[in-house]
Write a protein that binds this ligand. Structure first.
Ligand code: BTN
Length: 262
């Protein structure tokens, strides 16, 4: 993967700019500093390898050279985003899911934004905010996808079992071709972020609906109940003790109630 290949393959995607790193700490950090330096909306940072890739809840994200897709978008706030901040969490996961479907796979989204294939994690999304005082300057949407088998972290390095597109398809995939599919989908759904269709489609992809699940936060708090689906702001809706409770994504993690994996 190099800048020229990326530029050629992504020529028709209306990017606000493109930066490529053979090796970087975290594309989310590069995107945040580029956003503060005035990067345009929909500017994209891609890396072949991350040495300090970050996941949700303070987890590390494994991004070895030559095998994974790791990229971050700079999204300048639109009215639809400002009115529906929780919906950004679903945007990247929905786009990765659609790319899987285009390749004949059947993904599900573990709320809020882990993409699973065959019950194993294929991809994760980390949305972070860049503030200027009290003003939201930009949202950074970082996406990590295990494209080739070499991107799958060692079993003892993750809380949840992982897989790759190569493992699931039985043949390797071109990382840039996958990136192009994801970007097209992100571009399309971003324009529909404020619609019911967006929430309905995200919800239709969710794993564990109608099942007993446990939501945990990173301070050890836990809530169990029947997973009903999504609220309009992207919160998870649970029925617990005959009450309907909405839980915002934040640092929450969802699992089946009797499953010890997070
Ligand atoms: C998760 O599932 O915990 C989220 C993982 C997000 C990983 C991506 S890889 C590109 C971007 N840069 C990072 O440091 N993290 C995100």
């Amino acid at each position: 993967m190099n800048l020229e290949e990326l530029q050629a393959a992504l020529a028709e995607v209306p990017l606000g700019g493109l930066r490529f790193y053979q090796q970087v700490g975290s594309t989310n950090d590069e995107a945040a500093s580029w956003a503060s330096d005035g990067a345009a909306d929909f500017a994209l940072v891609v890396a072949d390898e991350q040495t300090a890739g970050r996941g949700r809840s303070g987890n590390k994200w494994f991004t070895p050279s030559g095998a994974a897709l790791a990229f971050s978008f700079i999204l300048r706030p639109t009215q639809a985003q400002l009115s529906n901040p929780g919906r950004l969490a679903g945007l990247g996961a929905l786009a990765v899911s659609e790319a899987c479907e285009q390749n004949g796979l059947q993904p599900v989204i573990k709320w809020p934004n882990d993409v699973l294939l065959s019950g194993r994690k294929l991809a994760g999304v980390l949305v972070e905010s860049v503030w200027l005082g009290k003003e939201l300057e930009a949202s950074i949407m970082g996406v990590g996808v295990n494209v080739l088998a070499g991107a799958v972290p060692p079993a003892n390095a993750t809380a949840y079992p992982a897989t790759s597109l190569e493992t699931e398809l039985g043949h390797p995939m071109d990382r840039i071709a996958v990136l192009r599919q994801i970007l097209r989908s992100i571009w399309r759904w971003r324009g529909l972020l404020g619609t019911d269709e967006f929430i309905r489609t995200w919800e239709a992809h969710l794993a564990f609906r109608s099942r007993e699940v446990t939501l945990t936060d990173n301070q050890g708090g836990a809530l169990s109940g029947t997973f009903l689906g999504l609220d309009a702001d992207g919160s998870a809706r649970l029925e617990a003790n005959h009450r309907i409770i909405a839980v915002r994504a934040g640092e929450m993690s969802l699992r089946l109630k009797d499953d010890r994996m997070s």
